[in-house]
Design a protein around this ligand. Structure first.
Ligand code: ACM
Length: 523
């Protein structure tokens, strides 16, 4: 019996003999109070697709023919995200130890039903069957992330909500939100209104990859998220068991902030919010007033985002401005530090200490290893895997974000002429799917420091939500398998087979994606 087309592939699937479950207008949903919110989400999705209002009850009515029953797992399951799902004629039984597990069971149940379950229009004559099966499932990694860069191009909140919907369906649980960069500051900070009044606007954006050749587009770009919008998005994510990791870049990628408040920088005349891509020289200075500013900003960020982690960037901070600034050099000497790498490390440790007083854990890109890693920092290894190896050997946690495997803004093929304008580095779907996040260099004990894996969508060349989806899918479907499925998950050919059905689910939801080249007939 073929297995159903589930993505990500669950840990264990056992097809059962016997009839399928048939969802109909008389189906009853039964749940203990612990899973009532999830049961209501299930009923809401069924209502959207079928227009049936199924009752959600705390006990099985005597007459019900078809029942979807949630239970607290006995004995409890090892992970709050784990679940079991048993589908037989007349009954679906979901068992979990926590709401997250029940939620993921429901995501799997949706994939057992016809793709139209993701739609909004009743399908006359469609039989809502789910095959008889027993599934035992739990995630391989606890950090299953996707990063979106909202600084280079602002995305409307609705675009981000669509991504959160997809993340939930793919059992991803951390939305890393890149909110500030040289080209834009996109988060409302009440105490520093110029961050958005000035920092969220740029004159224009580069045309193509080589600005020098093509120039700018002459089109102003702006946008920011109000604190009310952020609270709404955080709640929307939480309802889908997704935490939002805000990223506030320092000490580099600071040009929009310094354009708004020149006293934070190192030049007598601050540069404008950048209209170019690439690595910039603008740094924050290391004065006490700048740390006061950063603390104030972080206070507001902490109040908005309940996640235990907070990302402070730390990448690509070229040190030229610190080298050339007499006051910074005097500060460096006064601290007894040998060079600017150590000054960056000192900078990050100051912020780490501050975050610790607020009960938050610091995350940074792998450059935060340079000059000495802060004790409790979590490292996002993006320039390959070396950052993760170094962090794990120091006993720090690490998340695999390796650009050659997980930067979904890269080209998908080796033929740039068939690609949108973006980074001309090929990252085919097969290469994403083949990625093994645990570096072979680590001992089993060190490997425990690799807490997860994350895909990245940098948006220098992704100006629209539609192109963002096109770059993200189906590579994000492959990410889901790396992050959730077992290490010995089925191979790429099997994935491609399941993906055919899965893309129909995306079709129903109007999600734009790139059909795999492998589906094309051989030339
Ligand atoms: C990065 O791509 N600069 C983290």
């Amino acid at each position: 019996m073929p297995l159903p087309a589930l993505i990500p592939q669950p840990q264990r699937c056992t097809p059962l003999d016997g009839e399928s479950f048939v969802l109909d207008a008389a189906t009853v949903i039964v749940t203990p109070s612990a899973f009532a919110a999830t049961a209501q989400q299930l009923a809401a999705r069924i209502k959207q697709a079928t227009h049936w209002s199924l009752p959600v009850s705390d006990s099985v009515p005597a007459v019900a023919k078809a029942v979807i029953e949630f239970r607290l797992a006995q004995p409890p399951l090892a992970s709050p995200e784990a679940y079991t799902l048993r589908v037989t004629a007349g009954r679906v039984t979901i068992a979990a130890s926590a709401p997250a597990g029940a939620f993921y069971a429901v995501q799997t149940l949706f994939q057992l039903l016809p793709p139209a379950i993701f739609g909004h229009t009743p399908q006359p004559g469609l039989k809502w069957t789910a095959p008889a099966i027993e599934i035992e499932d739990a995630p391989r990694f606890r950090w299953r992330g996707l990063m979106i860069d909202s600084a280079r191009y602002y995305q409307p909140v609705d675009c981000l909500k669509r991504f959160l919907d997809q993340m939930a369906q793919h059992k991803l649980n951390v939305f890393h939100w890149h909110l500030v960069d040289d080209q834009g500051w996109r988060l409302e900070i009440k105490k520093y209104p110029k961050l958005t009044a000035i920092g969220s606007k740029r004159r224009e954006s580069p045309l193509g990859q080589r600005t020098a050749e093509l120039g700018g587009d002459g089109v102003p770009h702006e946008g920011f998220y109000t604190q009310a919008e952020v609270r709404d998005l955080v709640a929307y994510a939480a309802a889908r068991h997704i935490q939002i990791l805000p990223e506030i870049e320092m000490p580099g990628h600071a040009q929009a902030a310094v354009a708004a408040y020149p006293e934070l920088g190192l030049l007598p005349q601050a540069k404008e919010v950048s209209c170019n891509w690439g690595i910039h020289e603008t740094l924050f200075n290391t004065k006490p007033a700048t740390f006061k500013f950063l603390h104030d900003v972080l206070d507001e960020v902490i109040a908005l985002f309940p996640f235990a982690y907070l990302h402070i960037g730390g990448d690509e901070a070229v040190k030229q401005q610190w080298q050339q600034d007499a006051a910074t050099q005097a500060h460096l000497k006064q601290l007894g530090l040998p060079d600017e790498e150590h000054l960056q490390s000192w900078f990050i440790r100051q912020i780490e200490a501050y975050l610790q007083t607020k009960g938050r854990r610091l995350v940074g890109w792998d450059e935060i290893l340079e000059g000495g890693l802060a004790k409790t920092a979590t490292v996002m290894s993006w320039r390959g895997i070396e950052g993760a190896i170094a962090a794990a050997r120091l006993g720090n946690d690490a998340i695999m974000c390796a650009n050659q495997n997980l930067y979904f803004n890269f080209h998908e093929t080796e033929t740039p002429e068939t690609e949108p304008i973006t980074y001309p580095l090929p990252l085919p779907l097969a290469k994403v799917h083949a990625y093994e996040p645990i570096p072979a260099e680590l001992t089993p004990e060190q490997a425990k420091s690799i807490i997860g894996v994350q895909g990245q969508l940098w948006t220098e060349y992704i100006a629209t939500p539609s192109l963002l989806e096109y770059m993200a899918f189906p590579r994000t479907c492959a990410l889901a398998e790396i992050a959730w499925s077992a290490k010995d998950r089925p191979g790429f050919a099997d994935f491609l087979g399941r993906l055919r059905t899965h893309l129909r689910r995306l079709d129903v939801q109007g999600v734009r994606y790139r059909a795999p080249l492998e589906y094309l007939p051989a030339p």
